[in-house]
Design a protein around this ligand. Structure first.
Ligand code: TMP
Length: 193
């Protein structure tokens, strides 16, 4: 089972994914992972942060990070029978670089196809939150160059996710609920409760 958690910055994705992986781990072997930066100890993430003004370079680096992540980490974990919980995946590039930064969406789709080679998640959970609230949550957090792009940017990204969600059949989750409740809902959806 391959599970992806998506959402805008400040939606609480990492907290939910960690809790979810811990709960799944009580019943099944699990691999908790994330994009960007799990492969090569964050090498591509570092390069991305140095190139945030260039949407094409950013999208290319995110998709290269993804291609290696799929080949070297996700596929082997699935092949070993593990459940994979992944924070962000192909749609993050479409939402952030396509809708947020204005890069050609068809180009991103083609780059994603090359990166994942047909490996779509079994379930994508989308933690929905209003961007103003998400930014308020992040107020005291040290932000990297991508996270500091402001309200209008996050609004475009959220609108992107809403369109993608319809095409991809996301499971919507209210990100303002307590993480334990969100995880319970996800476990029910994947039939582990
Ligand atoms: P993170 O906060 O989930 O670690 O992600 C780092 C930032 O990178 C976050 O602002 C979302 C952004 N991002 C993209 O812009 N495109 C992508 O393809 C991915 C995976 C993340």
């Amino acid at each position: 089972m391959f599970i992806v958690v998506e959402g805008i910055d400040g939606c609480g994705k990492s907290t939910v994914a960690s809790l979810l992986a811990a709960e799944i781990g009580k019943k099944r072997p699990v691999f908790h992972t994330f994009e960007p930066g799990h492969v090569r100890d964050g090498l591509y993430r570092k390069l991305i942060m140095e190139n945030v003004d260039n949407p094409f370079v950013v999208a290319a680096l995110f998709t290269v990070d993804r291609a290696e992540h799929v080949e070297k980490m996700i596929k082997p974990a699935l092949a070993q029978g593990k459940w994979v919980v992944c924070e962000r995946y192909a749609d993050s590039t479409l939402a952030y670089q396509g809708y947020g930064m204005g890069l050609d969406k068809d180009l991103i789709t083609r780059m994603n196809e090359q990166a994942i080679k047909g490996l779509w998640p079994d379930k994508i959970f989308y933690l929905d939150i209003e961007p103003g609230l998400a930014l308020a949550r992040l107020r005291n957090k040290e932000k990297d160059a991508l996270e500091g792009q402001g309200l209008e940017f996050l609004q475009r990204v959220r609108e992107g996710y809403e369109e993608i969600a319809r095409a991809r059949g996301y499971v919507y989750v209210d990100a303002t609920l307590p993480p334990e409740i969100i995880v319970k809902h996800i476990l029910e959806e994947v039939k582990l409760l």
